[in-house]
Design a protein around this ligand. Structure first.
Ligand code: SF4
Length: 154
C-alpha cells in the first residue's frame, strides 16, 4: 500500500460526492490534470501508479472485490484507446461550450466527467482486472504518449 495513494484517495469522494453539491470542486480536477500533464513529460505515468485518486481507489478498494478476469484484447489496441480519447475529449469540449462561460457550470462539467469515468471504472473493475479502466483511460493514454515523446528526445 503506497502512502501517497492513501493520502490521495480522499480526493475522489471529495470530487464525485462533494462536487455534486459544490461544483467548483471540479476545478480540483483541472488543477490535477495540469499537474499530471506536466509531470508526465518527466515521469511518464508516475501519476497513475502513485497519485491518481481514482487509481488509488481502484488499488485500495476495488481490488478487494474484483473478479480480476482479463480485459478484452481490444483494450490494448492503440486505435481503440485513441478512439476512447477522442470520444471523451469531444464530450468534454461539447459540455464546456454548453456551459456558457459560467464558472459553476464549467466546474460541474469536470465533476460530471469524474463521476462518469469513476462509474465506468467500477463497472469494468468488478468483473475484470481492478485497473481495467486505466488501460483505456484517456488521461492515462495521454500521459503515456507524452512520456514517450520525452523518451524519444533523450
Ligand atoms: S489511467 Fe486514468 S484513472 Fe487510471 S490512474 Fe491514470 S489517470 Fe487515473
Amino acid at each position: 500500500m503506497k502512502r501517497t495513494q492513501v493520502f490521495m484517495v480522499g480526493f475522489l469522494p471529495l470530487i464525485v460526492i462533494g462536487g455534486l453539491f459544490f461544483p467548483l470542486l471540479g476545478y480540483l480536477v483541472v488543477a490535477m490534470m495540469v499537474f499530471f500533464l506536466v509531470l508526465s513529460f518527466f515521469k511518464g505515468r508516475f501519476w497513475c501508479w502513485n497519485l491518481c485518486p481514482r487509481g488509488a481507489f481502484l488499488d485500495l478498494f476495488l481490488s478487494k472485490v474484483s473478479g480480476q478476469r482479463s480485459v478484452p484484447k481490444i483494450f490494448m489496441k492503440p486505435w481503440f484507446r485513441w478512439l476512447i480519447f477522442v470520444v471523451f475529449i469531444s464530450f468534454v469540449v461539447m459540455r464546456i461550450l454548453q456551459s456558457g462561460g459560467s464558472l459553476i457550470a464549467l466546474g460541474a462539467v469536470f465533476v460530471t466527467m469524474c463521476v462518469l469515468t469513476t462509474v465506468i471504472a467500477i463497472i469494468l473493475g468488478i468483473p475484470m482486472k481492478h485497473r481495467s479502466w486505466c488501460m483505456i483511460c484517456p488521461m492515462g493514454t495521454l500521459q503515456e504518449y507524452l512520456g514517450r515523446i520525452k523518451e524519444k528526445k533523450e
